[in-house]
Design a protein around this ligand. Sequence first.
Ligand SMILES: *[C@@H]1O[C@H](CO)[C@@H](O)[C@H](O)[C@H]1NC(C)=O
Ligand SMILES: *[C@@H]1O[C@H](CO)[C@@H](O)[C@H](O)[C@H]1NC(C)=O
Ligand SMILES: *[C@@H]1O[C@H](CO)[C@@H](O)[C@H](O)[C@H]1NC(C)=O
Ligand SMILES: *[C@@H]1O[C@H](CO)[C@@H](O)[C@H](O)[C@H]1NC(C)=O
Ligand SMILES: *[C@@H]1O[C@H](CO)[C@@H](O)[C@H](O)[C@H]1NC(C)=O
Ligand SMILES: *[C@@H]1O[C@H](CO)[C@@H](O)[C@H](O)[C@H]1NC(C)=O
Ligand SMILES: *[C@@H]1O[C@H](CO)[C@@H](O)[C@H](O)[C@H]1NC(C)=O
Length: 400
Amino acid sequence: MEDTRTYFLFHVVLCLLTWVVDCYGLPSDNLNLRPVIGVLAQHPPDSMLVGLEDHNFTSYIAASYVKHLESAGARVIPILTYREDEYYENLAQSLNGIVFPGGAVSISNSSGYGAAGRKLYDHAVAANERGVYLPIWGTCLGFELLTYLAADDTNWLARCEASNRADPLTLQVGYEVSQVFQEMPEDVKTILTMENVTVNFHHWCLTRQNFSTSGLSELFNLLATSVDDDGLEYISLMEHWTLPIFGSQFHPEKNPFEWSNDDHHDAIPHTPNAILSAQYFVNFFVNQARRNNQTFGSSGEEESALIYNYTPYYTGNTSGFVQSYLFSSDSTLMTNNSSPRTIPDQRITNDIQIHPINTGNNAAAAGDTLVTNPGYYSYQMLEGERSVPPLLASLQYVIP
Ligand SMILES: *[C@@H]1O[C@H](CO)[C@@H](O)[C@H](O)[C@H]1NC(C)=O
Ligand SMILES: *[C@@H]1O[C@H](CO)[C@@H](O)[C@H](O)[C@H]1NC(C)=O
Ligand SMILES: *[C@@H]1O[C@H](CO)[C@@H](O)[C@H](O)[C@H]1NC(C)=O
Ligand SMILES: *[C@@H]1O[C@H](CO)[C@@H](O)[C@H](O)[C@H]1NC(C)=O
Ligand SMILES: *[C@@H]1O[C@H](CO)[C@@H](O)[C@H](O)[C@H]1NC(C)=O
Ligand SMILES: *[C@@H]1O[C@H](CO)[C@@H](O)[C@H](O)[C@H]1NC(C)=O
Ligand SMILES: *[C@@H]1O[C@H](CO)[C@@H](O)[C@H](O)[C@H]1NC(C)=O
């Protein structure tokens, strides 16, 4: 922690000495005007797959994240789950920014999202420490993932009720020196603090107490708080003290791009001021990414990775997302606790045994047997009467 502080002070002094040059990366007249941002996929909610069973989809990205980044002048690449470490390492050397979106999967490495998040975070932190400015933004579950990863795989979240709520931000001492607020126009700050424009959909909260107890306060500047249904104050916006890592517990992408109006989603503010303030956050983050000039190895590599290779589905009647990108080719089985490995289709047979680990409501247990063999990812486990639905994202397997 001392090192971090020292580094921060050193950085400030260096910036003052060299203030003609942008302190945070490329000189300001040398911005990357073609930023490419990776958005991490996760296992879809079961409801989203209704009617789409034949596609064997194993992960998704809500299209609102993609549209929001595109609206700020970035292109998007989906980051798939259960890939080899080299895949994430290569992305960390090719992308200009990374987004951990919201959703509903485990933040530990028992989910594809959590496992990939760990790798991406470690690669990005290492890159930043080497002087490569590689920003990360976490929204909602992504915010929670950042707190878990930064606290060395410890979960400091408390149960709370803050779903389908529009709230103001209460700014906290220290916000003035943050990057997020330094560039924020006064009118946007007024909207965010005086109007209910930020929308929350979460059941886990990082309290001020745990922010300190965990030591996360040494790493992150607490910028703003909000309160849940019961008046519990929680951290709604934070920024790393020394690295370009940002987390919002609220969802800026929903204001302009999510339209579900059912009982669980009817609080999303679509007022002109809500749209304006939501756009500020994504403009801010894409500006961060413009300070990174990494590129893919070739234009062909970039083209084949871009989101344009996929078409979003209408999921407004099966989920809280009006459109979603769905992916089916990212399954990899975990061979053991240390290294995920892709298993060719033909290896997935009845003789795969379940390793005695796991998490989730339908955790597989030692002795579970693979009873169907439908191919690459979608299958069932049976243990006595217990039927476990396709849940690859939270299972690990051992090949005998
Ligand atoms: C602090 O985190 C723990 C989990 O590590 C959680 O059980 C507890 O409720 C949290 N307490 C507060 C006050 O947030
Ligand atoms: C924000 O929402 C709260 C709770 O619903 C309400 O009491 C308050 O009046 C709202 N504020 C504004 C400015 O609309
Ligand atoms: C990226 O920027 C750095 C620092 O300005 C420079 O040394 C490097 O050559 C640039 N790389 C590319 C691919 O433009
Ligand atoms: C959702 O809407 C699409 C497009 O109208 C339709 O094809 C699909 O059957 C609907 N799904 C469900 C589960 O209602
Ligand atoms: C885990 O897998 C890796 C590579 O697949 C292998 O090198 C290693 O020996 C395995 N470890 C155990 C304990 O099986
Ligand atoms: C998952 O995280 C736990 C706790 O940090 C760690 O012990 C384990 O090695 C990790 N497993 C994988 C596959 O990364
Ligand atoms: C989905 O999996 C089934 C069973 O393995 C297979 O027959 C089918 O071709 C797959 N569908 C697609 C679109 O890959």
